[in-house]
Design a protein. Structure first.
Length: 270
């Protein structure tokens, strides 16, 4: 008859909502969405899921989710752990790198080393010396220590030849540099001269003054300067020039006129 009951359409209420269900379209009630029968006439979400506020909807939980190291479960899904978080990495003395991977912890992160030391694998080791230098170097005779920095609290050094000088300017005024040693300037002036060593050279002066022209010599113990020219070297006791020309050895000759020296100075006399 027209008054006969008809099956509700699937999804309709038709009184099924009293049990948390909906019409199944076949004259019965069913659990909506993902929900399943709870065995007590009602509905529930499957294991590892929880109900949302939406009708028949369930969402996954982290209860049954196991994530790999460096990942963690958020709303039932495994995501990358933020940088530095444990997320299981600590088991391997590591930390999350933020990209879903574990990276080893820095063994020197909490190590503080003294000056001239640095950390390697969690231990303080001495800084290396510059190339060619050694820590705590000592030198033997004839060498001096050249330093450059420190290593493990010790001075870095190398041995170099102990040069007293490299040029005349490194020596006293009456010395000059010879084979890296300062030695007295040699002078061979004779008894008629006063020796003056200055500016790293030798100058022979007559006792009574200065013979300032090349090839001049003192005679009579410096009372007079005489000029012998390039042919003579030294003066005899009687005021003669000693001849040094080949074939004239042992001969003497009279001093040349003073004017020949080109000097504008008169001879120094006492």
């Amino acid at each position: 008859s027209d008054m006969a009951c008809q099956n509700c359409s699937a999804g309709d209420d038709c009184g099924c909502s009293d049990y948390g269900k909906e019409a199944d379209g076949n004259g019965g009630c069913r659990c909506p969405g993902m929900k399943i029968d709870d065995g007590k006439g009602g509905c529930r979400c499957p294991d590892c899921y929880v109900a949302t506020t939406n009708w028949g909807e369930c969402k996954k939980t982290c209860e049954c989710v196991t994530c790999a190291k460096a990942k963690k479960c958020v709303e039932g899904e495994c995501i990358n752990c933020p940088l530095g978080e444990d997320c299981g990495c600590a088991d391997d003395d590591a930390h999350s790198n933020g990209s879903g991977m574990c990276e080893p912890n820095d063994p020197c992160a909490d190590v503080t080393c003294d000056a001239s030391w640095h950390c390697e694998e969690g231990e303080c080791v001495a800084d290396p010396c510059p190339s060619g230098y050694e820590a705590g170097k000592t030198c033997g005779e004839g060498y001096k220590l050249e330093t450059n920095g420190t290593s493990g609290g010790k001075t870095c050094g190398k041995c170099v030849e102990d040069y007293e000088c490299t040029s005349n300017s490194d020596c006293a005024d009456d010395e000059y540099c010879s084979a890296h040693k300062c030695v007295e300037v040699p002078c061979d002036c004779g008894i008629s001269f006063k020796v003056e060593r200055s500016n790293h050279s030798c100058r022979c002066r007559c006792l009574s003054g200065t013979c300032s022209v090349f090839d001049t010599y003192c005679w009579d113990e410096g009372q007079t300067c005489v000029y012998c020219g390039a042919a003579g070297s030294g003066v005899t006791s009687d005021g003669k020039c000693k001849d040094i020309r080949q074939g004239h050895e042992g001969e003497t000759f009279d001093p040349l006129p003073w004017e020949s020296s080109g000097s504008t100075l008169a001879p120094n006399e006492a």
